[in-house]
Design a protein around this ligand. Structure first.
Ligand code: NAD
Ligand code: GLY
Length: 358
């Protein structure tokens, strides 16, 4: 049993759940066991993570009737066909409504397993064990679950909260550097949208974070999750303030769509999106150029992109962003910064300002 770990809670009435954060928590099966209902457990993971961590997890759960399902790795497999293999397994093994699904993986596995849990027999329990930095600070918390459709990313899904989130920071030890740095963009995002003190802390401790110092990582993940939990508690279904979690995403999504999701990682596209949102906020007079420089500097320190893809013209940007526009009832929405630590959502951006930024 790991002795030192932190516990946060996402307070959502009867859907409230704890987030445990610590170095080595995968070995602490007691934490997980207390959130497993029933005897039947299906662990869903992928072919990259399984050889690294699946046996440690399963060994600790010998009191249960455990099955494992190893999915192919990658965003292209986040679809209805692969989701169906989870249902096939649950049905073939005669899993009942008291069964628990465990997602052991990054955002792809977490989103798919969560959606399977939301649908199977109209909803069964599930636990998140996120293994990427992005999943530990963002996707495992808040209950957004989904698969992609060929016509749109995350278009088929549900809000469905887990029973618990167990974050073992030691799992990040095997995460490829590029994935790790892309996750840092999301950590920086929390400082910018909601927590100026945390942003200062990141500025001071960025070298420790890049060196994956366990204490620094635990602190940054805890702060990120606490900020996310607070926002989700106010607006679980994204009817309002939850949208600020999408800082940099209007620009970032346009880049990801342009590259057919095969180019930059999500966090890399978000990083340049954050810079564009900061420049736009500065053109509106909300933040000054010194703030923009600080934002550029911290993202550059993480080796995240500082300019949009060279082959992406402003015309393409506008076209791709207006696809988002249709989805949002005719108005293009941006998350901008009133100051470092305070974000706001606006659809009142004049085209000339937007063109300057692009
Ligand atoms: P991912 O799940 O594809 O993982 C990235 C890569 O790292 C994969 O190849 C994976 O196998 C590998 N990997 C994972 N953990 C590892 C480890 N510990 N060691 C070695 N390799 C490891 O990508 P991601 O960035 O975690 O998640 C992206 C997904 O998350 C997208 O589908 C996105 O839509 C979704 N997302 C969801 C939310 C939400 O709120 N639900 C928020 C943000 C993103
Ligand atoms: N990642 C955005 C959200 O959870 O709302």
């Amino acid at each position: 049993m790991v002795e030192k770990f932190s516990k946060l809670c996402v307070e959502l009435g009867d859907r409230s759940y704890p987030i445990f954060i610590g170095d080595g928590l995968l070995q602490s099966s007691e934490l997980l066991a207390s959130h497993i209902h029933g005897k039947q457990v299906l662990v869903v993971t992928n072919e990259t993570i399984a050889p690294l961590y699946l046996s440690s997890l399963v060994d600790g759960l010998s009191a249960y009737s455990i099955e494992t399902l190893i999915l192919p790795d990658g965003e292209i497999h986040k679809n209805i066909e692969v989701l169906n293999t989870i249902f096939d397994t649950l049905l073939a093994k005669k899993y009942n409504r008291a069964a628990t699904l465990i997602a052991l993986g990054g955002g792809v596995i977490g989103d798919m397993t969560g959606f399977a849990a939301a649908c199977y027999q109209r909803g069964i329990n599930f636990c998140q064990i996120p293994t990427t930095l992005l999943a530990q600070v963002d996707s495992s918390v808040g209950g957004k679950t989904a698969v992609n459709h060929r016509l749109g990313k995350n278009m088929i899904g549900a809000f469905y909260q887990p029973q618990c989130v167990i974050i073992d920071t030691s799992l990040l030890g095997t995460l490829p550097d590029r994935e790790f740095r892309a996750g840092l963009a999301e950590v920086i995002k929390y400082g910018l949208i909601a927590d100026v003190e945390f942003f200062h802390w990141i500025e001071k401790n960025i070298s420790k974070l890049l060196a994956r110092d366990p204490d620094a990582l635990c602190f940054a993940i805890e702060k990120s999750c606490a900020n996310k939990a607070k926002i989700v508690e106010k607006d679980e279904h994204e009817n309002g303030v939850r949208a600020i979690l999408n800082l940099g995403h209007t620009f970032g999504h346009a880049i990801e769509t342009f590259q057919s999701y095969k180019g930059w990682l999500h966090g890399e596209a978000v990083a340049i999106g954050i810079i564009m949102a900061a420049e736009l906020s500065s053109l509106l007079g909300w933040i000054n150029q010194a703030d923009v420089c600080r934002i550029r500097k911290i993202l550059a320190f993480c080796d995240l992109p500082a300019v949009a893809p060279k082959d992406m013209s402003s015309k393409i940007f506008l076209e791709l962003m207006s696809v988002d526009k249709k989805a949002l009832d005719g108005s293009l929405r941006f998350v901008l910064l009133r100051s470092i630590g305070v974000a706001t959502v606006t659809s009142e951006i004049k085209p000339d300002l937007l063109m300057k930024v692009i």
